[in-house]
Write a protein that binds this ligand. Sequence first.
Ligand SMILES: Nc1ncnc2c1ncn2[C@@H]1O[C@H](COP(=O)(O)OP(=O)(O)OP(=O)(O)O)[C@@H](O)[C@H]1O
Length: 270
Amino acid sequence: MRDPAPATARLHGVSVAIENVTKIYELRDGSDLLALDRVDLAIAPGAFVAIVGPSGCGKSTLLSLVAGLAPVSTGKILIDGEEVKRPHEKVGVVFQTDLLLYWRTVMDNIMLPVEIKGWRRQDYLPKAERLLEQVGLAGFAGKYPSELSGGMRQRVAICRALVQEPGLLLMDEPFGALDALTREQMIADLQAMWLSVGNTVLFITHSIEEAVFLADRVLVMSPRPGRIDLDRTIDIERPRSWRSRTDVTFIEYMSEIRGIFEARGVLTKE
Ligand SMILES: Nc1ncnc2c1ncn2[C@@H]1O[C@H](COP(=O)(O)OP(=O)(O)OP(=O)(O)O)[C@@H](O)[C@H]1O
């Protein structure tokens, strides 16, 4: 990610269609919990879409449905026109915690999806090495997760998701556990990576600023049951820099989105 020249080939970003999707969880006491209520959404190939919403509104649920990790209750989800019924091979996922296996080296962690899919390790090694270089971790292939900082571990998790060349990258609060400075660097690096790779990204965050900085479109979800309350296209030139945060347009987008939370009583107006 440090090298602006694309170290990875550009990918075919996939389209995502979420059609009238409802998710009901059956709780242990026998009652039902409506987590998502008739969500409709079409994402164009190569778009960067961020979802913000109050805690518990169903953001992670939506992501897990798109990832094929849980079934929808009604409606359907299509990736490049193909209905999602199980984890899709074109999809990579990055969670808030890096979920690296502590007994495996950095390289062996990155190679995990390649092994699971039964692909030939040697076909993906050069790519994994280029990815490590791109995220500033050249020379760390033989280290163990315990030897890395939180930010470094999350970079490895991103490499692990990217090594399988996903047309769709799903990110659930990927920088939520990082300190503010590391987070800022990771956000800038993610933008650079996405500009060079060109895949579709669905990114969940609690931060309105992070969403406006990164996304082509910001979706605001209502408190549970989650629905899309606002779908705002962010028309700010790329690459965006942290200086753009003080631009009038940036501030206007932030205020509009914040206004939705205030109207819902999620944020106070002070
Ligand atoms: N496996 C599950 N079984 C039962 N209820 C669940 C399950 N997963 C999530 N829920 C419930 O569904 C609702 C939505 O949860 P979800 O984790 O999707 O929200 P979220 O917006 O990602 O929250 P946060 O921002 O706090 O991570 C919550 O009320 C949660 O308790």
